[in-house]
Design a protein around this ligand. Structure first.
Ligand code: TEU
Length: 559
């Protein structure tokens, strides 16, 4: 089958925060339809929608109560098919979020499963007896706090939930459950969607003896010990591929927490018959501290280079890479990896350049293309996310001062990515006519899509150019990647080579001027500048370049 996803540029939409068409303060599908011409001008050709299904919204839609129904806040099935058709007519494909490690506790499967009387759904979830003293079956903690087990009196048993207690884990050992999932996937594919992003797919197979995790595992991730890359995960995905995925020309990307690059090859290898690519987490962990994610630690450039290079090289052996700086779970890229004050626009464009010239399928998270930064929420009341709230509580319980805890949330909370999209300087940034469900970032009067379209040197216009390069030069899609000046602690530089084309990408990640001597051996021709983020960048690459703060250049040779 034609591997169209190799040259795709994906745009991730968080539907509740993208565009509100009916004035209820929450984004919706009709809002997305209104903005399709914008996405078409940006040049992307795939949209990934975060979950759009019926949900009590404990984890913002990742707790699904009916896989076949559109969340009424977002619209109707008609709205969805209209969105799909309009997107297709503009040459844009749509992939949906497949959340099948767990459902909502309000799903009818779970309600039935809780019943004392045996029925079809009794074994749809993971039920275990407590220990003889009545405590939970093992020591696993859950992502959002507390034990990963919840007791249900009607069955006198505990059920497993790796995330919130309202998100019970499905029992993939049960073939009837697996077939129900496959039927649901076929239902959406037959409607015409173009693929899936698979939520925590590396966690679906649990070690069946449910062993206690060693004490050195962080409590809220201790379940990894018995559930990440579990014993039957590849068998299950192969079965899914054989019964469903292989029948359609679609794109699949698995979200795979706690997975090394070598383990990832088992999901994406060309002959494995599993998935097209996975989302790795290694670069997301470079700024973890002793308390894990919720810390003020800053990443180190040499570690970033090492992680990206390892994934480029490993995926190049036998598979395909995915490229991302941020998503709905991560803080804004410009705040985290760039400089969101003095060099906001330079660094946002530099980050775009660094990522989009690599080998793999790039994912742009809504707002990244205009350089949106983390909003400056002043109180815990402004945060809405279950993880932010539970982490705040545990930081406070550990004795941390309020200001420090809030500073950590400002740097790391998931709400940072979820503040509404900034369209223009009108009330509520043109996102909604009424108060948005989550507070806007207060810089929207300056930083918004409308302003950036009109400003030739904007981040947005830079992203448009990066996307055009990917479409024009095969080397951007297919070229081999090789890092140069590996030990430079201020500059990230690499070359790409494909047939007679060569790219040299040079990006400064520091806020001072630096001297750079590219280690590119003997070049037969002088590389010519294709794109940069300063108007006076050197037109031809020479043996010595003085880089300005966050300067990023792409040079090209056609031998
Ligand atoms: O996230 C999976 C995941 O590994 C999370 O623990 C993620 O690392 C965390 O949010 C970062 O702190 C997926 C979804 O992307 C997330 O939104 C959901 O909450 C989660 O699964 C459960 O469905």
């Amino acid at each position: 089958m034609n591997k169209w996803w190799k040259s795709a540029i994906v745009y991730q939409i968080y539907p509740f925060s993208f565009k509100d068409s009916n004035g209820d303060g929450k984004g919706d599908l009709k809002g997305i339809i209104q903005k399709l011409p914008y996405l078409s001008k940006l040049g992307i050709n795939v949209i990934w929608l975060n979950p759009i299904f019926e949900s009590p919204f404990i984890d913002n839609g990742y707790d699904i109560s009916d896989y076949y129904k559109i969340n009424p806040i977002l619209g109707t099935m008609n709205d969805f098919t209209m969105l799909l058709n309009k997107a297709h007519s503009l040459g844009i494909k749509i992939i949906l979020d497949l959340v099948v490690n767990h459902t909502s506790n309000e799903h009818k499967w779970f309600k039935e499963s809780c019943k004392k009387e045996k029925n079809k759904y009794t074994n749809f979830y993971i039920w275990k007896k407590g220990k003889s003293d009545g405590s939970p079956p093992n020591n696993w903690g859950s992502t959002f706090g507390g034990s990963a087990w919840e007791y249900v009196p009607s069955r006198d048993m505990y059920y497993l939930h790796l995330f919130a207690k309202e998100q019970p884990d499905l029992n993939w050992e049960n073939p009837v459950l697996r077939n129900s999932i496959y039927s649901m996937m076929k239902y959406w594919l037959d409607i015409g969607i173009d693929g899936f992003r698979m939520d925590v797919i590396s966690l679906i197979s649990k070690k069946q003896d449910f062993p206690d995790a060693p004490v050195d595992y962080p409590y809220n991730r201790s379940y990894y010990f018995g559930s990440s890359n579990g014993p039957r995960v590849h068998e299950f995905i192969r079965e899914m591929n054989e019964k469903v995925l292989s029948k359609y020309n679609i794109m699949t990307v698995g979200e795979t927490p706690n997975t090394t690059s070598e383990q990832a090859l088992l999901y994406v290898g060309e002959n494995r018959k599993e998935l097209n690519m996975v989302f790795q987490f290694d670069h997301m962990h470079l700024d973890y501290g002793i308390n894990g994610k919720y810390s003020t630690t800053h990443y180190k450039l040499n570690e970033l280079k090492q992680v990206f290079t390892e994934w480029e090289e490993c995926m190049n052996k036998d598979g395909w890479n995915s490229l991302y700086w941020s998503n709905h779970d991560q803080p804004r890229a410009v705040t985290r990896f760039g400089n969101d004050s003095t060099y906001r626009f330079e660094s946002a464009k530099m980050l775009g350049t660094l990522l989009h010239m690599m080998k793999g399928t790039p994912f742009i998270y809504q707002g990244e293309e205009i350089g949106m930064k983390n909003p400056d929420y002043k109180s815990i009341k402004e945060y809405k996310d279950v993880e932010a709230i539970s982490s705040y509580k545990s930081l406070k319980l550990s004795g941390m001062k309020e200001t420090k805890a809030l500073n950590i949330l400002h740097l790391k909370a998931r709400d940072n990515a979820r503040s509404p999209m900034q369209w223009d300087k009108s009330i509520n940034s043109g996102f909604s006519t009424s108060k948005p469900w989550l507070k806007l970032c207060d810089d929207y009067k300056d930083v918004n899509v409308k302003n950036e379209f009109n400003e030739e040197k904007s981040v947005l216009n830079h992203y448009i150019k990066l996307i055009k390069l990917r479409k024009k030069y095969p080397v951007v899609v297919f070229g081999d990647y090789e890092i140069i000046n590996k030990d430079d602690s201020s500059v990230y530089a690499y070359i790409r080579k494909y047939k007679n084309e060569e790219l040299i990408v040079i990006c400064s990640l520091v806020s001072n001027n630096v001297l750079f001597r590219p280690d590119v051996g003997k070049l037969s021709t002088k590389p010519k500048l294709l794109l940069s983020n300063y108007s006076d960048s050197e037109k031809f690459l020479s043996s010595k370049v003085e880089l300005k703060p966050y300067e990023a250049m792409i040079y090209y040779i056609n031998n």
